[in-house]
Design a binder for this molecule. Sequence first.
Ligand code: SF4
Length: 427
Amino acid sequence: MEPASDSNLSSPLRGTEKVSQLVLFPISVEQRKVEEIKEVRPPLWKEVLEREWNDWRWQLRHRITSLEQMKEIIELTPEEIEGIKHSKGRLALAVTPYFASLMDPINPNCPIRRQAIPRIEEIHLSKNEMVDPLGEDKHSPVPGLVHRYPDRVLLLVTDQCAVYCRYCTRRRLVGSHERSITQGNFEEVLKYLKSHRKVRDVLLSGGDPLLLENERLEEILGRLRALPHIELLRIGTRVPVTLPQRITGGLVRMLKKYHPLMISIHFTHPKEITETVRRACSELADGGIPLGSQTVLLKGINDKPYIMKKLVQELLKIRVRPYYIYQCDLAMGTEHFRTSVATGIQIIEKLRGHTTGYAVPTYVVDAPGGGGKIPLQPDYLVTRGKGKIVLRNYEGKVFEYPEPNIIEFKKARSVGEEKVVPKKVMA
Ligand code: SF4
């Protein structure tokens, strides 16, 4: 194949109608099916009343937190047994009965199981791993608040989650006390925000903000909303996936009072999208809350393009806009979850152009140490020539695009077609 260069771009261009059929490399997309799964209540909970099962507080009270309980519903492998034994004093084990009911009890490679049950690999630490991979602590002016970007802050309102994800970036914090932010610390946060009027966007996270009782969450949202410079409130949560029973009419009615309010939901695998999750997302979307998804790229769980494609397409069907795919951070004991960056770029390659644009998330690396999110994508710009560029499309076909240039403007003026020459002309 002849590489495109300035020298082979010498023919006159009129817009984009000049199309080369040169194909840099053919892009094929693997077509495989991901079977939907249904909740199958393990015998342990067969007698539980429907009313109880659908009560989020019942779900939270009955989380599986010990090896003995887990053994009752799953045929654990030696690696998982050792992982659970060693999880004490590290990231706690906690799984809601609902999320456990999605697990394959005999297949240790079940994606739901792999996310929630510790494995022995967690005790293997790599030299690249960090306690605080995103440098949040050093960007925390007051306890509970992270101020890393100029106009937005992250507010950690609790350290509790419904299920502890084994790859959690914030594993240094989550699950340690299962407590919400103290009133004293929240007052400090408000004081800080009042004196930083450039902050226009507050993202509530944790832990999981939707584990707070409605009254407490409303107090936090209401007091933030009362600050005139706070334009946008956002909530980052995994609860619609791991504890969808929490999304009640009462919660949505309360959230609606604080628009503009957006929710980012942490989805990982298409198998998480059950009927119960569909209902939860529908309640939120009907409440006028824009929903986005955030997905961590995980080895052996969702690192195949056909799995991600299924996930993003299913998300659109439940009115959740795929927002980010995150490269797995360098949190302690998570090396076994990390893929190469090339894997993430390849996934975007197999989504962009191959499915609805709304379904294509931004793939980002959150820079270690606190540099913020850095977007990555396949290279579609083949070369940049003088006055023209060469691009390739999703099929690998090559196209030339003429940039506006000074010669064209001058020519136009000389024949009286154009009186005004722009001061600044792109080359
Ligand atoms: S829900 Fe989020 S904060 Fe909680 S354990 Fe999972 S990744 Fe960590």
